[in-house]
Design a protein around this ligand. Sequence first.
Ligand SMILES: C[S@@+](CC[C@H](N)C(=O)[O-])C[C@H]1O[C@@H](n2cnc3c(N)ncnc32)[C@H](O)[C@@H]1O
Length: 327
Amino acid sequence: MVLVSEMGKKMYIHTPVLLERILEYVKPVKSGSLFIDATLGEGGYSERFLTEFPGIQIIGIERDPEILEIARKRLGRFGERVMLFHMWFDDFFNAYEQLVQTDPDRIIFDLGISRFHYEVSGRGFSFTEEQPLDMRLSGELTLSACDIVNTYPEEKLSLLFRDFGEERFARRIARAIVYNRKKKPVKTSRALAEIINKAIPKEGRRALKINPATRCFQALRIAVNSELERLENGLEAAFKILVKGGRMGVVSYHSLEDRIVKRFFKEKKSSCTCPPDWPICQCRGVSEAEILTTKPVQPEAEEIHKNRASRSAKLRVIEKIVPREAV
Ligand SMILES: C[S@@+](CC[C@H](N)C(=O)[O-])C[C@H]1O[C@@H](n2cnc3c(N)ncnc32)[C@H](O)[C@@H]1O
């Protein structure tokens, strides 16, 4: 983590996660390569790639306008080698042919949010700060975390915490929120964290290695930004435009994301797409990809020690082995 000061304001720069391993697996092989950084953030990956490989061009995609501006300034010195898009990555890849003329040979996704969102954005991603409960990555979204917490029926809240947070005490937490919001709407991140904290039994809290509010905050963020849906659509659309021999790497930070990536990669590797109960293969399918990371790549102890945010990261990489038209 690097601490910089801009106009007297303290700011934190996100430390890129698993960067050396990404360079190893997804490094461009030829000059003129087109690399897509699907989750640009502050541009940590992009800056390193542009510096290390002077012959490549980069497209960066980022939906959050504030962090996109930080990246724009950071990458400004690379001039026309960088093209930035203020879009959701799934929308970008689905509209690729209308937006870009060359097909990419490298695509990287670094999922979730950046340190900027927790430390600087003031949008309620952090449960230790007193901030409005918002969690939207982009202003065009109509539903904020505050709307969900104060309007969803108890059952729906409970399912959200269970399905998107894998929260063991989802029912109790949902009940406590509904009880509390009748007295006073829950409008800030800290108010919500306190309710969650109290709703979890003492022994449950003691057994946790993470803040008790972590899972519910994750669930709200996922729901507000449709993260899992965008990931599924984004992976599929990105794989389509990748050239033969092109590689796609994905860094995920929790099991819900990783499951989607793992399943998607497996599907691309498996040659047959017939239903499992068909006795004979009808599809005469060909395998579309090789998985380069049979086990996910995880940070070494040293990286985790330097950057705690990397501790749950998993990198998976796939290489496309069919021409673009075949997908
Ligand atoms: C973990 S950060 C990326 C950090 C970056 N790799 C670096 O090293 O600086 C993920 C970024 O992706 C953005 N993001 C998340 N989901 C997105 C989506 N579906 N479309 C576009 N941007 C997205 C977030 O706003 C965040 O800035």
